[in-house]
Ligand binder design. Structure first.
Ligand code: IMP
Length: 425
């Protein structure tokens, strides 16, 4: 039963979409296990760019069943927009299934996300304002009126739940945030408009996953965001509200831990972060700007410029352990092509003490001073490299060091956005 987890080893945006797209070629099923429309995958196929937020990148392979599992949350309006966008470009989306148990992001969750961010003032998290936090909060609050995908199948149930939810939420919206209340009927109408597109996708996805596993077909479990945005293991409170770490794949899909035989940690050759929170190797200088420009580091979902910095080997070592990584997939190596020297933080110094791993008390990260190893750059383009032997020695040494820090083998190295710009190691 070959199940493979794809997990981001940094703060998201590692290029998981491209790696999943490659693995999806031989997979019967690709399952997204957490998160919602806060994610962003850019996949390039035959020179055409696809930007996906919610739907797993496996959708581009029509023979692969694409599943949004119970651990995800679904914004029906974003879903409709994404499905229609794909259909316009000839992707049918007939291979998409969504768990009956996935919770629904409602327009008032998006509103609350924005209101909460404003109220946090200088402590704002920098969320994507897609309603992620408020929807997961309702889920864990176990509200009888919470809305799951299955509830979208019945107009009366949906209407009643929206009314019940808003009876409570409008008190908060009005009294706490001083905002105009939300009209339940308008909300219902807004959702009703997309139901024809959304309803056919709702299914018993656990059965689908189980059948694929029993048939010994390849199953890929794809995480969104990254390890250090995990609610428990990330840089709290500057995190998302779900579990991007590999353990989240079991929770989100119902696949047991003993059934996972490969965990591919996707790591960009340098580091980026969007939103607030500690970032020890951040470069607020010309090199940082160069990485942002060359790497096109602007959010797929929000368009925000990403913060950029050197590769953080302390974070990589920690992420590999937290995820039980069996291999790493290195992305965007080509972005470093022009640099004379490249740096990797291999330890932090915090209050006079050296740390090889992220401290459990992540508040300490704010005081971390990275200790760097400097390596010669390769100063030539690697974008056309087809195999390991096409790579310059300096690039090979850099890859080798990344593998040592992660404590596992390299599965592939990506040297450009296209599918064929991928070296299988
Ligand atoms: P939320 O997930 O929208 O609540 O945002 C919480 C934090 O996670 C913010 O710092 C976001 O910028 C970050 N975040 C959420 N999704 C992504 C992603 O796909 N890539 C990178 N950062 C993300």
């Amino acid at each position: 039963m070959p199940a493979t987890v794809i997990v981001g080893a940094q703060w998201g945006d590692e290029g998981k979409g491209k790696i999943t797209d490659i693995l999806a070629e031989d997979a019967a099923v690709v399952v997204r296990y957490q998160g919602g429309s806060n994610a962003g995958h850019t996949v390039v196929v035959n020179g055409e760019e696809f930007k996906l937020h919610l739907i797993p990148s496996g959708i581009l392979h029509e023979k692969t069943t694409c599943i949004m599992a119970a651990g995800t949350i679904i914004d029906p309006i974003s879903l409709r927009d994404e499905v229609e966008g794909l259909r316009e470009r000839g992707i049918s989306c007939e291979n998409l299934l969504i768990s009956e148990n996935a919770h629904v992001i409602m327009p008032y969750h998006r509103l609350l996300d924005g209101l909460q961010e404003e109220a946090r003032g200088r402590h704002s998290i920098g969320t994507t304002r897609r309603g992620i936090g408020p929807t997961y909060t309702d889920k864990t609050a176990r509200m009888p009126q919470s809305i799951r995908m299955v509830d979208l199948l019945d107009d009366d149930v949906l209407r009643e739940r929206i009314e019940a939810q808003l009876a409570q939420k409008n008190i908060i919206i009005r009294e706490v945030y001083g905002h105009d209340p939300v009209d339940p009927m308008e909300t219902f109408d807004e959702i009703a408009e997309v139901l024809d597109v959304v309803r056919p996708f709702v299914a018993d996805v656990r059965r689908e996953i189980r059948e694929a596993m029993v048939a010994d077909a390849n199953v890929v479990l794809e995480g969104a965001q990254g390890t250090f945005l995990d609610l428990d293991y990330g840089t709290y409170p500057y995190v998302t509200s779900s579990h991007p770490v590999a353990g989240g794949a079991c929770l989100g899909t119902g696949v047991g831990p003993t059934e996972i035989d490969e965990v591919v940690a996707v790591v960009k050759a340098y580091t980026t972060r969007v939103g607030s929170g500690a970032f020890p190797t951040e470069l607020e200088d010309e090199t940082g700007d160069q990485l942002r420009e060359r790497g096109a580091e602007f959010g797929t979902t929000t368009g925000r410029p990403r913060r950029c910095g050197w590769l953080d080997g302390v974070a990589l070592r920690t992420a590999a352990e937290l995820n039980g990584a069996t291999r790493i997939a290195i992305t965007k190596l080509d972005v470093l092509d022009e640099l004379e020297t490249v740096r990797i933080a291999t330890e932090y110094e915090i209050n006079g003490e050296r740390h090889e791993r992220m401290p459990e008390n992540l508040d300490l990260l704010a005081h971390a001073r990275p200790i760097y190893e400097e390596m010669p750059g390769w100063q030539q383009s690697v974008t056309g490299a087809q195999s390991r032997s096409d790579l310059p020695d300096e690039a090979l040494a850099y890859i080798e060091r990344m593998s040592e820090l992660a404590g596992c083998e390299v599965w592939c190295v990506s040297v450009g956005p296209a599918r064929d710009q991928t070296i299988r190691y």
